[in-house]
Design a protein around this ligand. Structure first.
Ligand code: AMP
Length: 377
């Protein structure tokens, strides 16, 4: 199959910051970018050649959109299956709708991983209150009830401390199909952002460490401070996931590292990931350029990391005291400011991020946290 070359138009379903950074990478290489989502003046639309405001359920609009581009990708995984199928009538959708299907629902994702011998937390499928009671008894407490349809950033999750809390937890998640997971007492949370090309070539950006606050990613440090054995194992797992799913594109594997240095997959995201934003500034090829290369059928770029790096998210909360002190952040010569063009700074909303480049990961982490601290009024 012939590669899609600069000058061609690429379609992005979804219009958030991941699409925006993809569009920036694509336009830098001379591609045109079209985006479709229900909104207008979006983070992706602002830097695209064409922004279409249409519902994902408007399949005629989706078909028209796909007809105007050489390939379609997406920047969030909740694209409905029918939307991906409608787009695929006119242009290759990468990663394929089948990857979306597996990864957009927790029961399917967990079952898929387990059936491929990949390590996941012990889990039970829960479809009613009685099943939950049995599952809690089997897995023991604490355990975590998660809705099957992805909530993101910790939404749709309830931690169960004691068997008597099961009924309340079931009500809390709205009596929806769910997965009950055994609680993993982890030492670290890490992730691997990886890509696979049309020809099956694999490349990843190594293992990075993630710290969350209120279930939202707060800080990524790259590379992670883990043993070589953990690094190798995490990358081996990541490669196995991309191959088992037959991914063409970028996928992120989030993992727990236990106190005994075992690795357990928490979840998958079939797209560039917040924990890979550091690649934009710190790697030869960014995760977004890598997505573009994979989607266009080009060879993958080098994932070599040029220096240690740390990324801190900027949530709407930072605006509580007024407009952040950008000049103070700009005074850090090795900190890069990324803003997503969102007009309204709501609590918990991802508005942008900072990336620090330094000699060591510890230094990068210190620098990025200090830069974020001075930003607050
Ligand atoms: P998730 O939305 O599934 O990524 O979960 C959000 C966060 O909840 C994770 O980053 C963990 O910090 C925590 N968490 C999720 N599942 C588990 C688990 N089985 N054991 C311990 N902590 C968990």
């Amino acid at each position: 199959m012939k590669p899609i070359l600069p000058g061609a138009a690429i379609g992005v379903l979804g219009s958030g910051q991941l699409g925006r950074m993809f569009a920036i990478a694509a336009r830098r290489m001379g591609y045109r970018v079209h985006t479709l989502s229900p909104d207008s003046d979006t983070p992706t639309g602002q830097v695209s050649d064409l922004e279409i405001a249409a519902s994902y359920e408007d399949l005629d609009a989706v078909r028209r959109f796909a007809r105007g581009v050489s390939a379609v990708t997406f920047e969030f995984e909740n694209v409905p299956a029918a939307t991906a199928a409608a787009a695929a009538e006119f242009a290759p959708v990468r990663p394929a709708g089948s990857v979306l299907h597996t990864t957009q629902q927790r029961i399917r994702e967990k079952t898929f991983l387990e059936s491929h011998g990949l390590p996941v937390a012990p889990f039970r499928i829960v479809r009613d209150a009685a099943a939950l009671e049995t599952a809690v008894a089997e897995l023991g407490c604490p355990c975590i009830l998660k809705t099957a349809d992805f909530g993101y950033d910790g939404k749709g999750q309830v931690r169960i401390e004691a068997a008597v809390d099961a009924a309340t937890a079931w009500e809390k998640i709205g009596r929806r199909d769910a997965v009950l997971e055994g609680f993993i007492s982890f030492a670290k949370e890490v992730s691997v952002v990886a890509a696979r090309s049309v020809t099956g070539e694999y490349a990843d950006f190594g293992v990075v460490e993630n710290m969350h606050r209120n279930h939202i990613l707060d800080l990524t440090v790259a590379p992670a401070a883990v043993s070589v054995r953990v690094q190798e194992r995490a990358r081996e797992i990541s490669r196995a996931v991309l191959e088992a799913l037959d991914v063409v594109g970028v996928l992120c594997v989030e993992l727990f590292v236990t106190h005994g240095d075992e690795l357990i997959i928490n979840e998958l995201a079939p797209r560039p990931h917040n924990s890979g934003h550091f690649t934009f500034d710190a790697c030869v090829t960014s995760q977004f350029e890598q997505q573009l290369r994979a989607v266009c059928g080009l060879p993958l770029g080098s994932t070599a990391q040029l220096c240690a790096s740390a990324m801190a998210n900027l949530l709407g909360d930072e605006w509580a005291g007024g407009e952040p002190d950008w000049a103070a952040v700009a005074a850090f010569p090795s900190v890069k400011i990324h803003m997503y063009g969102k007009m309204e700074a709501r609590r918990g909303r991802k508005m942008g991020h900072l990336t620090a480049l330094a000699g060591t990961p510890e230094e990068a982490a210190r620098m990025v946290m200090e830069a974020r601290r001075v930003l607050r009024r």
